[in-house]
Ligand binder design. Structure first.
Ligand code: GCU
Length: 608
């Protein structure tokens, strides 16, 4: 199953010449009864306009705009939305709507939960054209237009940028081009040093020349490459700090090399001290990105984009918005999301991200960023995303990147209607299940925004002390009386990084939303929550509820008439999710009970 695409079978010729041709063929195949004329208007770029004149439809758009317009029309007609309005116009909010694959040349995928890489095998680019084509259609059908094919941790950078590997890169780019998708590659900051240059110092003339030649070589092979993506000075990756240079100096050097070719340099801000001492109470990891970058505002070249994770930690189930996304007004910024369910259930547990992204866009004014990226959740599993229902996260992401103003719940509902031929009642049940899945997952894992009580490295299943005495700066400091880190202005000062309105809301535990309480505050177990329960009782209640709701979810899923191949996978994964939820519930409750000695107010079983 390829989720929603199954609805639109098409047979395309081996060679496609342009997105315009692709659009025409898709339309002819999906809507043969419709008279649609395609009119290319370069100046419309990725935007499109649909005009209905009697029973004829004119689709106007730039090269890729025609393709997006075709998909719009195909969805509209397939969903039976009634008569097309006389005039529809649409253009993307963000011009770069990116997918970052964390694929390694050996074919493994870092944090991949859907099989092996679709791009690499045995140290080289190697792919199955049919699968790549489906992937390209998937991207086009939800308006995604940039694909970074290799891991930000560049383990074996050799061939991608060199003469040897470029013909393959060019062929791969040609597979995606007719679908409006441009490739991007992750580069290793120290790469010149693999080529006889003794340094990677961005101010060194030899280094600059090496990158300029490299960019020229790569762009001769792939003239429409979107650019380079860089993880520097982060989790052991090399970067400009080694040479006493700032990240503006480091990024601008690469941006200069890309400039003649119109390439962008995407520079990640996931930079923090990953060798912290747990005894150190001064360093507070969520402060790191702001501390590194805020003072560099205005210093980055205009073809640099800083890519910032949605939260200040690392893709936890619940984190406040990273303050850096709200700052640096004179710098191009991109929001980075993670579709791969690293901390959110490994595509075993059901976890629909739409509600989480809705919260992000509630706090993030659309104009603060100019691009959007997400770590991919696909691999070579037959259905691409491992869990068939995880495909909704890819689809929702694409449509939100086009228009973040749409209610993501509507997109989930649209996906369900496109993917399954269910009765209205069953569709309603599935949509409701999916929309509640994040909250259910949140209830049985680490409580109230505290995060990180997860099995180290693998990141599936509970281990409340797993990261407590480690180097990663991810501590909860639970003791007999209290839990959490005080991140208020009188605590670590993290809250000082926010605009006053958000800062004030979070600063006071009485106005701070409960679900963020332990992210920002250190509180005693006897703390009275807004509803009168104690903090410890709330922790117990959430965990028992999370497990109960998971069991209910299982019963409901069992009753839904999924097609056989989806059904088997969904139910088998649900079985594992129930086990995971029970494990989390018992381990977390036992952990807090043993520390606090406070029994559950309802006398439920907690292990001592
Ligand atoms: C997390 C993740 C790593 C990844 C890193 C990143 O730490 O566990 O696998 O490399 O994020 O985003 O760079």
């Amino acid at each position: 199953m390829n989720a929603w695409l199954n609805r639109f079978p098409v047979s395309l010729p081996e060679r496609l010449t342009s997105p315009e041709e692709t659009a025409a063929l898709e339309l002819r195949s999906a809507l043969p009864e419709l008279a649609v004329s395609l009119e290319k208007k370069e100046e419309m770029g990725e935007g499109f306009c649909l005009r209905r004149v009697g029973d004829r439809i004119r689709l106007l758009g730039g090269e890729t705009g025609l393709l997006y317009g075709a998909w719009f029309l195909m969805y509209f007609c397939r969903l039976g939305g009634g008569t097309l309005p006389d005039h529809v116009e649409s253009a993307p909010r963000y011009s770069l709507r990116m997918i970052n694959c964390w694929d390694n040349p050996d074919g493994t995928v870092e944090r991949g939960y859907a099989g092996m890489s679709l791009f690499f095998r045995g140290g080289r680019l190697a792919w199955d054209p049919a699968r790549i084509r489906t992937l390209a259609r998937m991207m086009a059908s939800c308006s995604l237009n940039v694909l970074c094919i290799n891991n930000v941790n560049v383990h074996d950078p050799a061939q991608l940028l060199l003469e040897d590997g470029l013909p393959d890169l060019a062929r791969l780019a040609a597979e995606f081009r007719p679908f409006g998708v441009r490739l991007m590659v992750s580069v290793d900051y120290s790469q010149p040093m693999r080529h006889g240059i003794p340094t990677a110092d961005p101010l060194d003339a030899q280094v600059q020349a090496w990158w300029q030649e490299t960019a020229a070589r790569v762009y001769r092979a792939v003239p429409d490459l979107a650019g380079f993506l860089v993880k520097a000075d982060s989790e052991g990756r090399p970067g400009p700090f080694t040479y006493g240079r700032s990240h503006a100096e480091g990024a601008n050097m690469l941006a200069e090399a890309l400039r003649p070719w119109g390439g962008m340099l995407v520079w990640r801000c996931f930079v923090y001290n990953c060798r912290q001492d747990w005894r150190d109470t001064e360093t507070d990891r969520p402060k790191a990105a702001w501390d590194h970058y805020a003072s560099l505002d205005g210093q980055f070249a205009d073809n640099v984009i800083l890519q910032i994770k949605n939260g200040p930690f690392d893709f936890q189930v619940r984190e406040p918005l990273s303050p850096l996304l709200l700052g640096m007004p004179n710098t191009h910024k991109a929001l980075e999301l993670q579709l791969a369910q690293e901390y959110t259930g490994h595509q075993i547990d059901l976890y629909t991200m739409a509600p989480m992204w809705q919260e992000i866009f509630r706090d993030l004014p659309e104009d603060r960023i100019m691009a959007i990226a997400a770590v991919s959740n696909w691999g070579d599993d037959a259905n691409y995303t491992g869990h068939p229902l995880a495909a909704v996260n890819l689809f929702t992401y694409g449509l939100l990147a086009w228009n973040p103003g749409v209610d993501p719940r509507e997109i989930v509902s649209l996906w369900v209607r496109l993917t399954y031929d269910f009765s209205p009642e069953d569709k309603g049940t599935l949509v409701a299940l999916m929309l509640s899945s994040r909250r259910v997952y949140e209830k049985y894992t680490a409580p109230l925004g505290i995060g990180w009580m997860v099995t180290p490295h693998d990141h599936y299943g509970p281990n409340p002390s797993g990261y407590e005495y480690d180097l990663w700066g991810t501590y909860h400091k639970a003791n007999r009386e209290a839990v959490g880190i005080d991140r208020t202005t009188s605590g670590t000062g993290y809250l000082d990084q926010y605009p006053p309105e958000l800062r004030d809301r979070y600063e006071n535990p009485r106005t701070c939303p409960d679900l963020y309480l332990l992210f920002f505050h250190r509180l005693p177990y006897a703390w009275r929550m807004k509803d009168g329960r104690t903090l410890i009782q709330r922790i117990y209640d959430d965990h028992f509820e999370g497990l109960r709701e998971t069991l209910e979810m299982q019963q409901k899923l069992q009753r839904l008439p999924f097609p056989e191949e989806d059904r088997n996978i969904i139910l088998e994964r649900m079985e594992r999710q129930v086990h995971n939820a029970r494990e989390w519930c018992d381990v977390i409750n036992t952990f807090f009970f043993r520390l606090s000695g406070v029994p559950d107010g309802h006398g439920r079983r907690i292990y001592d």
